[in-house]
Design a protein around this ligand. Structure first.
Ligand code: MTE
Ligand code: MO
Length: 251
């Protein structure tokens, strides 16, 4: 199962040859905790980061939803290909999954809508200092990755977007911990309606434990890679490459 691959990779990356005995919540595993506390290479901050990352982001009631949810960054993708897809109601949109997968996929919006779905009302926090609470509906990324099947060498998930800032395409990336987090979804719905253009139609990522710039809008292609080095500027995201934004933007 793909999630087991994710766990193996994470433990491998930590340098632990740890065997888990059917414990569902791996960071609660005593052996794993002992490993963390005994490892001199990990700082206190890193330990907190790793042990806290599978907890859920807070979810809100519908009464708490923001009356206005602003759009930020690009509010459209200014290419003829995107304009044509938009005009056609995204009938010929295909989400492509490629890279280190067993089965490269091209999934239509109807197919995505027919998959298991999750809705969540969460708070979006932009690094520029505003927040908004909205409802997001979509398919868990873990489900789609399960269909494609991750290869053992997979470490990161890259979201390639339809839009650019200047001449540089927007992209973002996450590791397998966030990729398999239950609230990480490919959202096609917002506040009970189809995802509006300004919020990233037809598909945007929700990475609820991280800041807004990680939540890639206008997602066209998901690439599974072993390393981020060869992806654009190598820092794992548009803002990470051109600015000094952190790749891990945990909140
Ligand atoms: N493709 C793409 N994704 C993007 C951006 C963008 O400009 N292009 N802006 C990011 C930033 S900084 C934020 S805060 C959120 C804004 O999401 P919203 O427009 O739904 O409020 O999208 C993020 N994802
Ligand atoms: Mo943002």
């Amino acid at each position: 199962m793909a999630i087991d691959t994710g766990r193996r990779k994470l433990l491998g990356a930590l340098g632990g040859g740890l065997l888990l005995s059917g414990c569902d919540s791996w960071s609660q595993n005593d052996g794993f905790k002992r490993f963390l506390s005994s490892s001199e290479g990990l700082t206190m901050r890193a330990q907190r980061l790793i042990t806290g990352r599978e907890t859920l982001a807070r979810e809100f009631s519908s009464a708490e939803m923001s009356p206005v949810f602003r759009a930020n960054g690009n509010s459209t993708a200014d290419t003829s290909m995107y304009r044509a897809m938009l005009a056609n109601g995204f009938g010929d949109y295909r989400l492509r999954i490629a890279g280190l997968v067993e089965r490269p996929l091209a999934i239509s919006l109807d197919q995505l809508r027919a998959m298991p779905r999750r809705s969540q009302i969460t708070r979006h926090d932009c690094v520029e200092g505003w927040s908004a609470i909205g409802q997001w509906t979509g398919v868990p990324l873990s489900h789609v990755l399960g269909l494609a099947g991750l290869r053992d060498s997979a470490n990161y998930i890259v979201f390639h977007c339809a839009d650019s800032l200047g001449s540089t395409p927007y992209y973002e990336s996450i590791d397998l911990v966030d990729a398999f987090h239950p609230q990480t979804i490919l959202a096609y719905g917002m506040n009970g309606e189809a995802l509006p253009e300004a919020h990233g139609a037809p598909i945007r990522a929700r990475i609820e434990r991280q800041l807004g710039y990680k939540h890639a809008k206008f997602v066209m292609r998901i690439e599974v890679v072993a390393s981020l080095d060869a992806v654009y500027g190598g820092k794992g995201g548009y803002w990470e490459d051109v600015g000094d934004y952190a790749w891990y933007a945990g909140i």
